[in-house]
Design a binder for this molecule. Structure first.
Ligand code: CA
Length: 388
């Protein structure tokens, strides 16, 4: 084997020297950057990622792992852990495991838990206008509520509302339009509401009371027993998918629609301000966008699964499906208007939130007349036509 030509023998040495020079230059540059401005990424976000780990507790108002409502925070925990490479773990606790359902807000406010999942209207006793961030009788549906929150100023008002409590709110999923609820007797007229004891939270509870009923506020985990033992005569919960999971068909016969009281119930993720501030910016972004992803995911899941669950309720469990009569709906709407005015007159912040909601509502309703609603009407006309 003869000697390689001179240039071939020296090529590896030249490459080695070039690599060494490059490493030295990069090292000097990195040292300089670290000394002058921290490790700033190209997007301008200061990355304080030191590999530090964060472990959050998330408390919920739901029974642990209840399909839909209870699995959404579990899904949130899973994707946060995946996206953060395990730097932020979230342990989810069902109602009663650390605090009872209706103490979730206080637990997050005081830092007993880092985060929570529930619904804003559960805090109506503390913040009367919180109902706007969950559901308003005869108000916005799921799609419209998402639009108001994220593109109509709603979320900013929600943030302002929770700031004094040391809490950051995020949209936390929607059930879509709910069912009017489970009743042990038929509702054929307004008179049938009189004296009826119904589990119905939020502003709708006040509306129901103004229409002659008695509104009871109990968490989901206690509904079944309350209906079984006659503590209540009726209950609303969510819709077929969730109500099947709760077994409500076993304790009430009539299943009424439409969900006039919760046309698109918005749930919430709530985060303790200090817990959020303690995170580096990339983990803060992961929390924010994981919530946004779960917000859409829950609506998708309910939309996909409600009809199959309804078929099981009706075909296998003999549930009687009923529509609320028009005069009952009209009476409930009249009561809603009265209750809404009382709420708005009580507090300037309630008036501000109402003004924003109402302006958005009027606009989106007008547009949906000729878009979503017009399309669904057209689809029914065509598909239900005898002439097909
Ligand atoms: Ca409900």
């Amino acid at each position: 084997m003869g000697k390689a030509p001179l240039e071939k023998r020296y090529t590896p040495l030249i490459i080695l020297l070039l690599v060494a020079a490059l490493v030295t230059v990069l090292g000097l540059w990195a040292t300089d950057r670290a000394g002058s401005s921290g490790s700033e990424s190209v997007s301008g976000v200061v990355n304080k990622n030191s590999g530090e780990q964060f472990h959050w507790k998330l408390v919920t108002t739901w029974p642990k792992n209840l399909p839909g409502l209870g699995t959404a925070p579990e899904n949130f925990a899973r994707i946060v852990e995946e996206m953060s490479g395990g730097r932020l773990t979230v342990r989810v606790y069902g109602a009663g495991e650390i605090v009872p359902a209706f103490e979730v807000f206080d637990a997050v406010s005081q830092g007993v838990a880092d985060a929570g999942h529930g619904a804003a209207y559960y805090w109506k006793g503390k913040i009367p206008w919180s109902v706007f961030f969950t559901a308003i009788p005869f108000g916005l549906n799921a799609q419209e509520t998402n639009a108001w929150l994220h593109y109509g100023g709603g979320l900013e008002l929600w943030q302002e509302t929770y700031a004094p409590a040391n809490i950051i709110p995020l949209a936390g999923g929607s059930t879509g339009v709910q069912m009017a609820g489970w009743f042990n007797r038929e509702i054929n007229s307004v008179d049938d509401l009189k004296g009826l004891k119904m589990r119905i939270p939020g502003l709708a509870g006040e509306v129901f009371a103004a229409a002659g009923g008695t509104a009871v506020r109990i968490p989901g985990s206690e509904i079944y027993t309350s209906l079984q033992t006659g503590v209540i005569d009726a209950t609303e919960w969510v819709g077929p998918y969730n109500d099947l999971a709760l077994g409500l068909y076993q304790v009430a016969k009539y299943y009424y629609y439409p969900g006039w009281h919760e046309p698109g119930a918005m749930l919430e993720f709530i985060v303790n301000q200090q817990s959020f501030d303690a995170l580096p910016p990339d983990l803060q972004a992961i929390v924010t966008y994981a919530a946004r992803a779960i917000n859409q995911d829950m609506l998708d899941e309910f939309t996909a699964r409600n009809n199959a669950a309804l078929r099981i309720l009706v075909d296998e469990h003999g549930v009687q499906l009923r529509r609320l009569p028009d005069d009952v709906l009209l009476e409930l709407w009249r009561a809603s208007e009265v209750v809404m005015q009382e709420l708005v007159e009580k507090d300037p912040m309630a008036a501000r939130v109402y003004a924003s909601y109402k302006e958005f509502f009027d606009g989106v309703r007008a547009y949906h007349h000729i878009s979503e609603q017009a399309y669904i009407n057209a689809r029914d006309i065509v598909l239900d036509s005898d002439a097909r």
